[in-house]
Design a protein around this ligand. Structure first.
Ligand code: SF4
Length: 414
């Protein structure tokens, strides 16, 4: 040892080695920048961001005042334009069109998700090729209960999220900045190859909000399909229609959180809005991709009779009976450490309301061993998939039909 600070490249190589050792069940590709700072004070977040921004590829889904003939209505209301017939911008401002936050981003600044930056008038993705965590999980963990039951999903995330849910269970990465977890570049083809080498038939984009790495996930899904690897998205559904159209074509399944059936809840607890999520769910339901919905039931915040009934009626009315819906248990985390875990009786009530409204496949989630983990045939009522939490114990399905009464069961089974 010379006592000299390591170069950034050399240091990250060593950090990656620690990552494999420290990563436990999965592969932690990086460590937060505070740990890097502690181990090597020569590195700091500003320098890491500078490096990232220089290497970051141009993003898609944005407009800018610097574009030829910019459409002022992309950013301003007709009233604003009428009040000021001509207006100039001192510098190129970008409007990101990837999600419903619609961030207007000045040069050198980032959007709410922290993953996209205006670099000299061009929007760049700071998270393209930068997965910070990779695990191989059962597909039931996402959760998908009607998509290749029991299959392994090669699951990855970057930093960043457009939302700020007070109950986030992955806040360490969703609320992080890309420079908080520095990693080397991983090409889309390398992700597809890694999934194949682990015999994972599915790649899952999950943990943070994958919309923030839309360009990367689309490229990964397109690289994986020729290898017969399916790709799935685990999302809050806050993306805009155009990127979702591409996702529905490139992906095989989409799980969308319907966090609560109230705009106030979305605004106060998630920093978002209900309407764009409902729009995304309807769009995904009309596509060829398989769809499932999750409602994390948080005590006192979204567990009222009115909200649970409104949600079930909307799902039944807009999507019909066959979209699986998971009522999952909240555990105290992040900014809501003082709320109790969701009582099991509340989840059972939510499931009963959904069944009463005619939904065929409502589940109780995050309560391993509960009878609400199982899939019941809507035709004869028999248990056709018996589960305990993330694990499939028994399947009574033949070519997508109930083994007992031959009733078709919605889903992707092979
Ligand atoms: S993806 Fe990020 S930058 Fe783009 S609108 Fe959403 S929060 Fe803003």
């Amino acid at each position: 040892m010379t006592g000299q600070p390591l170069s950034r490249r050399e240091f990250l190589k060593q950090a990656a080695r620690y990552g494999v050792i420290l990563g436990g069940g999965g592969i932690a590709l990086s460590h937060p920048s505070w740990l890097l700072d502690l181990l090597n004070p020569g590195l700091n977040a500003a320098a890491l961001l500078n490096d990232l921004a220089k290497e970051a590829p141009r993003a898609r889904f944005w407009i800018s005042t610097a574009m030829p003939n910019p459409d002022c209505l992309g950013c301003h209301t007709p009233d604003e334009i009428a009040a000021e017939k001509t207006h100039a911008h001192e510098q190129a401002i970008v409007k990101c069109l990837l999600c419903a936050q619609g961030c207007m981003i000045k040069q050198g600044e980032r959007g709410k998700c922290r993953a996209r930056m205006n670099v000299k008038g061009e929007l760049r993705s700071l998270v393209y090729g930068r997965p910070i965590t990779i695990h191989v999980d059962p597909i039931e963990k996402k959760p998908f209960y009607h998509f290749l039951p029991g299959a392994n999903a090669y699951s990855l995330a970057t930093a960043g999220c457009p939302l700020a849910c007070k109950f986030c269970q992955n806040w360490e990465i969703s609320q992080a900045r890309p420079e908080d977890y520095p990693v080397d570049y991983v090409a889309p083809q390398a992700v597809a190859n890694a999934a194949a080498s682990r015999n994972a038939p599915i790649i899952a984009f999950t943990y943070n909000e994958p919309t923030v790495f839309a360009e990367y996930l689309l490229d990964i899904a397109r690289a994986a399909r020729p290898q017969n690897i399916r790709s799935v998205l685990v999302s809050c559904g806050f993306m805009n229609a155009e990127p979702l159209t591409e996702m529905c074509e490139a992906l095989d399944a989409i799980k969308i959180d319907l966090k609560g059936f109230s705009d106030d809840f979305y605004r106060d607890v998630a920093g978002a809005a209900l309407k764009p999520v409902l729009r995304s769910i309807k769009q995904a339901a009309k596509s060829a991709a398989h769809l499932e919905i999750v409602n994390l039931v948080v005590p006192t915040l979204n567990d009222s009779e009115e909200m649970l009934t409104g949600l079930a009626e909307w799902v039944m009315g807009e999507l019909g009976p066959d979209v699986p819906i998971h009522f999952t248990r909240f555990h105290p985390d992040y900014q809501l450490p003082n709320l109790p875990p969701t009582p099991v009786a509340t989840l059972e009530r939510a499931r009963a309301i959904a069944l009463q409204k005619g939904i065929h496949y409502p589940y109780v989630g995050n309560v391993p061993g509960h009878p609400g983990n199982n899939t019941y045939c809507p035709g004869c009522g028999s248990v056709i998939i018996r589960r305990s939490g993330f694990f499939v114990l028994e399947m009574q399905l033949k070519k997508g039909r109930c083994s007992f009464c031959n009733h078709p069961i919605a889903g992707v089974w092979a």
